[in-house]
Unconditional design. Structure first.
Length: 64
């Protein structure tokens, strides 16, 4: 349960950083659609980085 709360916290924090850094007003339709597009791109980059990191960890020689 704690792990899910940490993940949720990080996703919300990422969304707030996107809003703050780009000075978006998400109550407007145009800014909200821009936010969704940027958030989707950010999630895609996070997924890609985690996939790359996991692949590199799996390929390592762990036995002595």
């Amino acid at each position: 349960m704690r792990f899910l709360l940490i993940i949720l916290f990080l996703l919300v924090l990422g969304g707030l950083l996107i809003i703050n850094n780009n000075e978006l007003h998400v109550y407007g339709k145009d800014d909200f659609s821009l936010f969704l597009s940027m958030y989707k791109d950010w999630i895609g980059k996070v997924y890609s980085n985690v996939r790359l990191l996991t692949g590199n960890v799996v390929r390592q020689e762990w036995s002595p």
